[in-house]
Design a protein around this ligand. Sequence first.
Ligand code: EPZ
Length: 427
Amino acid sequence: MDKLLITGGTQLNGEVRASGAKNAALPILAATLLAEGPVTLTNVPRLRDIRTTLDLLGRLGAHLTQDEDGVVRGEPSTLTRFDAPYELVKTMRASILVLGPLVTRYGQADVSLPGGCAIGARPVNLHIDGLRAMGAEITVAGGYIRARADRLHGARLIFETVTVTGTENLLMAAVLARGETLIENAAHEPEVADLADFLIAMGARIEGAGTDRIYVQGVDRLGGAKFAVMPDRIETGTFLVGAAMTGGRVRVLNTRPDCLEAVLQKLRECGARVETGPDWIELDMQGRRPHAVDIHTAPYPAFPTDMQAQFCALNSIADGVGVVAETVFENRFMHIPELQRMGADIRIDGHLAVCRGVEHLTAAPVMATDLRASAGLVLAGLVAQGETLVDRIYHLDRGYDNIEAKLAGLGAVIRRTSATAGEVESA
Ligand code: EPZ
């Protein structure tokens, strides 16, 4: 099992290029099931979750390939099966995103319930309720969602809770449904708008994506398209936090500042100088220690829950006390016991984490539990005294494209090893 070894104490300085957004690429790959023409996707990150999705699509009969530059190409295909089995879905919850496309184009889908994960129960009831409202006959039994429909019809859907993949699944279902669909209390996340832009490029008729009201006029078929996936705002934010924690100066290229306003605001609040251009963001900490900041996670455009662990790491060495409120997921503080092992002074009180900054952290063997928690532990390793070993980094590989090379390029002392803990390979 791969591990990362990080020797703390160096500043991050220089330029790094953001990869394409995992959470835009995953729904867009699912949407290729709707295409009746060839598709070409550029700026697709090279990640474990992308490979898992390509494997799932291939299993259904849709054969897409990703080349060494990350470009994904596929020809229209006739599916040979319409199921997503548990052994695959349990490795990646986002597999649920094939549900909407399969039902709306092929009238059938047997998709395993994703089940929970480290950060929460992760129900998909809102996905199911929406498809039922559009005319799908759905039974949930034996751990599977079994959906059948002649042709979905448009509906007025009102989400009781903002759900990103729920919005995406029903948007994909609506584009081929008969008639009009209005999705209210829709997720605003930029990745939802990116999916909509891809669907529109294939011929879908969508208005309002990126707001809380999305209007769709169903069409009979969609063609192929060439499309560039948007940059990853969470990867971008992760590098910026690393610069703030190490006192360095980092410019992230090929990114979109407009998608990170809430995060940039917090980085300025902790004392960083932040400048932005059309496709770049530069953070200069000028060698200073960050001030602690309060964080309250919530749906976009508020502060993203996917940046919460990274800011817990920043607050752990910041000057002062920062209170972090996690309001989206019920168990997203798994990184905190690991940070405490490194000397962080953080107290969990329900959905609050009270972080009292310490002068320095101390390196320790720690364990990644979920994707963003592992990012927070890597950042903590950058500033800890000594050599931190982060175990189970397969979590990290799900969402970060070659993170150790990118961090090393900014000056971090970091390397990947597969030695068992305590038997670290010789340097
Ligand atoms: C997406 O997950 C992202 N994943 C997550 O990123 C991200 O943390 C999350 O949105 C919130 O921004 C992808 O886009 C692939 P939700 P998703 O449905 O769609 C409740 C990462 O690190 N809910 O918006 O699964 C749910 O329990 C991952 O890249 C229901 O109750 O999240 C949660 O409390 C982690 N019923 C809240 O809504 C439902 O049917 C928001 O979840 C669906 C959701």
